[in-house]
Design a protein. Structure first.
Length: 302
């Protein structure tokens, strides 16, 4: 299975020694390495009656890559660990690894190693290494009162796609596709860092939830402007069909892996970024100046 996963695959120049030995060896040209890891568990994070193995592989890489670019860095190397039942068809693992490699190619990065084990259900765990290119990382703790809050990428699409799938509603193919394979705005992370972003994070659990982490780390409050978060026609149509609140998807829906960042008020927002609110003195996330009732997003433990 490992041979099938790595045969004929190219490695970037940062990989000095790839799969095949006890460990890989990679370059760290910046002198610092940015690292993150995430895990997807069948039945909890994906369903194979909804998503193809290739889509699961792409999703696993995307959520890790988003973490790295949210630091202002760029992914260079991925370590992949897969657990599966012994009855898993080879076609499934081939498609899974094909999806992993396809998404890794978005970064011109490499899969440098990993592990495969027997498990009761399909599990994919990925660790990613990234390069800052000589720049300081952009942290969650850098937001300051007076900053503007901006977002790059889509909000609420994955949550809407999940709602459509759960309701077994016909149509809305774009929303369903967004749930199966997120499309993070990868290049917007390093662009924001070079443009002077003071704080940044990816929206994995929900806009309110992830901005809440930034508020806590920075010791500030954020006030979101709902008029600047107006759901697009795709979300509005799905919400009408389901009797749901499209703005709620925008505020609390996770797994789009959009990027949200803070910038000084006098800094022009770079291409691909749009303003959605302001940083204030205080604590917590407000919407139109008011505290929002209800949860802010995904909880790993119910």
């Amino acid at each position: 299975m490992i041979d099938r996963a790595v045969a004929g695959r190219d490695q970037p120049a940062t990989t000095l020694l790839g799969p095949g030995d006890d460990a890989a060896v990679v370059r760290a040209p910046d002198g610092a390495v940015v690292a993150s890891t995430d895990m997807l568990v069948q039945g909890r994070h994906f369903r194979l009656d909804w998503s193809s193995p290739e889509q699961v592989g792409r999703k696993a890489v995307a959520q890790n890559g988003a973490d790295i670019v949210a630091m202002g860095a760029w992914p260079t190397s991925f370590l992949v660990a897969i657990g599966c039942p012994p009855t898993t068809p080879v076609a499934v693992t081939d498609a899974l690894t094909a999806g992993i490699w396809a998404e890794v190619a978005e970064f011109d990065a490499g899969v440098i190693g990993g592990d495969m084990v027997q498990a009761e259900q399909l599990v994919v765990s990925i660790t990613v290494l990234g390069d800052l290119g000589g720049h300081a990382p952009v942290l969650r703790s850098g937001a300051r009162p007076g900053d503007q809050v901006a977002v790059a990428g889509r909000l609420g699409w994955s949550a809407a796609g999940l709602a459509v799938l759960l309701a077994e509603l016909d149509g809305f193919a774009e929303l369903i596709a967004a749930h199966k394979v997120p499309r993070p705005p990868y290049r917007s992370g390093p662009i924001a860092a070079r443009a002077g972003a003071t704080g940044m994070t990816d929206v994995s659990d929900g806009l309110v939830a992830d901005l809440g982490h930034m508020c806590t780390a920075s010791g500030v409050a954020v006030d979101l402007d709902s008029a600047l978060l107006e759901p697009g026609p795709e979300l509005a149509a799905a919400a009408e069909a389901l009797g749901a609140d499209a703005l709620d998807w925008v505020l609390t829906g996770g797994e789009d892996h959009a990027l949200v960042a803070t910038f000084p008020a006098d800094v022009p927002l770079p291409e691909g970024w749009r303003r959605i609110g302001s940083v204030l003195a205080g604590e917590g996330v407000l919407v139109d100046g008011r505290s929002r009732a209800g949860g802010g997003g995904w909880q790993s433990f119910d």
